[in-house]
Design a protein. Structure first.
Lengths: 277, 124
């Protein structure tokens, strides 16, 4: 039971943290809970489908199906996160203003809610399909009873959910003034980490072979297999043995996101001047 | 003033375009040309153990690992040093590309059954 709880927890860490961040980013937005739940539901349904066809996906595209599928999913999530940050760069100031003026947390803007829902769906799908395969494997082959398996799985999920809650409560204690810049950076690192993982899959598929050597090794100081390492991996994209390719993808994504946000951020309130005239 | 700003913005957009272009070119240049002669190695998994658990391969050649999972349960074939992470459904096999390696020992394991599924690639 304990081992299945640990494995399930390990698999849901990333999705858990992402859900926590999304809930914090969208605090006060109407429809955020249904959107997050929709993302979650699509992810769960998707992971059942993916797990069912795991063999087929793996064998597709000359055996590189799983890698290409994963890198496409991660690539899509990265695009959604970039889009979210760009959206926030162009509307964030108004939003922060609105929040202060109304003196409440209710913001009617739709924001990039759907983009974030897609990110949740992808994170849940990617990790959920592994959980399904793992649990199914135990169910068919091992002596562990169904009750034990269920208990282990549920414990793992509960731990994952508490990580979501922890992330959320940690973030919402940040004053509204700083919240958007903190979450903006978090989302930038999240996207960069995903991009670095996406290129690893491309390398594994044999599509990208350059810069495959490991640049540094901090596994003796902080292995990314322990809890703290895994959390930092999910939050910031921490990898204890990054390849050159991963570094290029990571830094490239950060540069693109920071660059775009700076360019798109509107010049200070031209609208208000017009309104006042 | 407004025009000045607009000018600034379009200059900014140009920079973005060239940045995007540069990144795409970089990505294209990283995409590989036809692979060199490959070495193929077969490993099977049964009772959550690798068979063979130690595999000797030559250095400097790209490898293809064919991992056959003979168990009914899924396994996640993983290696941190080799940068591999691949789920292999029960009763199925996976093909994994490995970059050319320098001599040394490279550990791999099955994440779903880490206690028993341990193996090492010995590159000479």
């Amino acid at each position: 039971m304990l081992s299945s709880a640990i494995i399930v927890f390990r698999e849901v860490i990333e999705a858990g943290i992402i859900i926590g961040i999304v809930l914090a980013v969208t605090r006060g937005v109407h429809w955020r809970v249904p959107m997050v739940l929709a993302g979650l539901a699509i992810g769960v349904a998707g992971s059942l489908v993916v797990a069912t066809f795991a063999g087929g996906i793996s064998a597709a595209l000359a055996g590189a199906g799983q890698e290409i599928f994963n890198s496409l999913l991660l690539g899509t999530a990265v695009c959604m996160l970039i889009w979210h940050n760009v959206w926030m760069a162009s509307h964030g100031r108004e939003l922060a203003c609105e929040m202060r003026q109304l003196g409440s947390e209710v913001v009617t803007g739709k924001r990039s809610l759907w983009a974030l829902a897609i990110v949740i769906a992808i994170a849940v799908l990617r990790e959920g399909s592994e959980v399904v395969l793992f649990m199914y494997g135990i169910a068919v082959s091992e002596t562990a009873s169904a009750a034990e398996l269920l208990a282990g799985g549920l414990t793992g999920f509960a731990l994952g959910a508490s990580l979501s809650a922890l992330t959320y409560w940690g973030l919402v204690t940040i004053p509204a003034r700083y919240l958007f810049s903190v979450t903006g950076w978090l989302i930038t690192f999240l996207a960069a980490g995903m991009a670095a993982q996406a290129v690893t899959y491309l390398a594994q598929a044999g599509i990208v072979t350059a810069l495959g050597d490991i640049v540094w090794d901090t596994s003796a100081i902080l292995p990314d297999s322990v809890l703290l390492g895994r959390i930092l991996h999910a939050l910031l994209g921490y990898v204890d043995q990054p390849t050159g390719l991963q570094l290029v993808a990571y830094l490239g994504t950060v540069a693109v996101m920071v660059g775009l946000s700076h360019l798109i951020a509107r010049p200070q309130q031209p609208k208000r001047l017009v309104a006042g005239a | 003033m407004t025009q000045f700003r607009r000018g600034l913005r379009s200059a900014g957009l140009m920079t973005t375009y060239s940045a995007v272009l540069a990144v795409s070119l970089l990505v294209l240049s990283l995409v590989s040309q036809p692979a060199l002669a490959q070495e193929t190695v077969e490993i099977s998994i049964s009772n959550h153990r690798f068979q063979p658990a130690e595999v000797k391969v030559p250095a400097g050649k790209p490898l293809v690992l064919i991992v056959k999972n003979l168990d009914a349960s899924a396994e996640e074939f993983e290696s941190k040093v080799l940068k591999i992470e691949k789920v292999i459904a029960g009763k199925s096999e996976a093909r994994i590309n490995v970059r050319p390696l320098t001599p040394g020992r490279y550990k791999f394991y099955g994440e779903f059954h880490e206690a028993t599924a341990q193996g090492v690639l010995i590159v000479e």
